[in-house]
Design a protein around this ligand. Sequence first.
Ligand code: HEM
Ligand SMILES: [Cu+2]
Length: 551
Amino acid sequence: MNATTAPTPIQVAPPASRNYLSDGYSVRSWLLTTDHKRIGVLYLLSITFFFVIGGMAATLLRLDLMTPEGDLVQTETFNKLFTAHGVVMVFFFLIPSIPSVLGNFLVPLMIGARDLAFPKLNLLSWYVFMIGGLCTMYALLAGGVDTGWTFYTPYSSTYSNTYVMATAVGIFITGFSSILTGLNFIVTIHKMRAPGLTWFRLPLFIWSSYATSLIMVLGTPVVAIALLLVGLERLLGLGIFDPKLGGDPVLFQHLFWFYSHPAVYIMVLPSMGVVSEIIPCFARKRPFGYAFIGFSSFAIAVFGFLVWGHHLFVSGQSLYAGMVFSLLSYLVAIPSAVKVFNWTASLHKGTISFDTPMLYALGFIGLFTMGGLTGLFLAALGLDVHVHDTYFVVAHFHYIMVGGTVMAYLGGIHFWWPKLTGRMYNERLARVSAILIFLGFNLTFFPQYVLGYLGMPRRYHIYPAEFQVLNVLSSAGASILAVGYAFPLTYLLWSLWFGKTAPANPWRATGLEWQTTSPPPTENFAQTPVVVDEAYDYPRLDRSLAQGASS
Ligand code: HEM
Ligand SMILES: [Cu+2]
């Protein structure tokens, strides 16, 4: 076995004098970089910015909902706030988060490549993302939109104010960034794997990134066209969605959800990839059912395209359509459950350590399961009629998207932070904030299940006094959550200057990314690594570490 063969994380090249972060400090060297790792960092900064903006809107919403009369803002402002919150969080934080930050940083490193297949295209993706993001930010700040993040017609085509256009243009532009990133990942994973890195030796994060990329490439054009049609409808009165002119407002909902249901998996598949990396490492075991976890990503990507009609149960689609979509929605739960069972089985008899990434991964499993199970309630036709457009739905998708995606994103950021920055973060503070976030999250969103079950509709500014107690609980939870999120922001920044210097492989993890220095040199690896072993061979790695220690 030669020195760069996996898994030999103890034998790493000596710390390079020059790494990707120190390779030029000028603003120009960052803004014109084609290094996938630097582009990952650019995304990290951008989406953190959007997360803070989206979070501020959420905070205002929860403050306003503390009283039944909604004393803080006007009704119109309230509508604009929840729209801004949804638009920014979904299109500019959740969808790009893991693919663009962790995916950009990790995909080439994990497959032993020097960069993505198209480095310049990758830089272009970031510029396209920023142009779209700033366009939408301008629209939200200049006048706002009050349609909700789903832009349903006729609110968006007939009734809403003019900033619908500018907002939609921003999302339209950003969609190209998603498509370009997806293409780049697909080509890279096909063409640039290190010698010996067969498909069945790939890290599961790569499988999930690949499946996600398929959705990004195939789905994004559909939402782009839906938004384009809303624009044409507003500008030219084409009549595509207007029944007066022979159009159909429900057509918009079909187009929108044909993308946006799969899009929810753009958020959650990469999260599942992150969790599939963390669990084996902190349980010191090979993942149970590697191939099942891998293939279920593809099953989810494919089935995800067949269930959009479960958002239209009460919009007047035919009963038979509803029944078919209901059935198909149950089918998509199977591959998700397969993953949960496999992770759980991977923990069985593991030597588990509860470091911060593991806390987030476990939190992910719990919250995702809760969100998924309530998804099944919603997929039951009769039940959905009762809770559609209530807070039950709000709780469902927050459990999945915030409880799932944000937990996995934070878990991933902590796991790879030493690799990204070359510094260790403060483990104690990090554990405390992970627990705070978990508790704050549940206090925020669990009461919303109850509220929805009791019949409180979503998107209402004023509500009957009987719902106040649960709303106050939820707002209290949101404050805890906000404090929880503020912690990592601070101690991670602090670690950049004062954190301990990170070794190449602080977690004793398998995977090629741990075989290069922290932070990696610009060209990633001194020599192209050669892979001869299966992924996640933790038992063997631990044996060889033990031998190394005793000899
Ligand atoms: C077991 C799998 C799932 C099933 C069966 C399911 C089912 C449903 C159903 C039937 C609705 C519509 C409820 C209504 O409006 O009346 C819904 C809404 C929603 N779901 Fe799920 N879901 C599942 C997983 C997910 C996942 C993984 C995500 C995100 C990553 C997600 C995100 C959403 C969102 C964002 C909405 C509401 C969108 C809106 O109206 O604003 N769901 N889900
Ligand atoms: Cu859906």
